[in-house]
Write a protein that binds this ligand. Sequence first.
Ligand code: ADE
Length: 235
Amino acid sequence: MTGRLGILTAMPEEAAALLDSFGPGADRIEHGRRVYTVGTLWGVDVVVVVARCGKVAAATTATELIVRFGVDHVICTGVAGGLGEGVSIGDVVVADRLVQHDLDARPLWPRHVVPLLEERFFATDPAWTDRIERAAKEFVSGGERVHRGLIASGDQFIHGPVMGRAVLDTLPGALCAEMEGAAVAQVCSEYGVGCAVFRAISDRADADAPADFGRSLGSLAASHTRGILSRALRG
Ligand code: ADE
């Protein structure tokens, strides 16, 4: 199904459980103030990297994964703030397409359209997205749900009704907000590489978001990322 897979997170906590799963043969390569860990996870040749937060960091790192490390798919994962109705803390959102909610070159281009590419939504790789959705459904327990749909990315931590509403007013279908996925999806689209994005919901992008995010990061991000990817890679 795949040659080499890139796995990108924004925060160290989101990659920690994956990095702990490598055997002793993995290589750590430092480049551009990031560490790329190259090795095998659950039988798949992978490169895992912490990009740091935001679209610039994510786009740069995705480009390096493709050009320098030769990955043919990129998976972006970590946590996100739930926006859609019924998207609760502990749920999983699997993107079928992504958009930059803060991209606005009006009046020259319509809102959310990437100038000169003339695209607004970037689709994920259907095969990897199906595989991750299956793995997530196997993994979640109790009342946690798996949602599939639109993820909105931007260089903002959404933490209150005004910010949340501003995203939903223009993108009513957005299930959650995060800060990297659409940048990774755009780079992958431009380079002709498949991309998948899934997120564990750490907060509701509301006034409690900073505290909920802090609480969820260490626990939920690590458990969901490893739990879902281990199943998807064995797939
Ligand atoms: N990542 C996790 N929670 C988020 C939020 N509320 N806004 C943006 N990115 C997030």
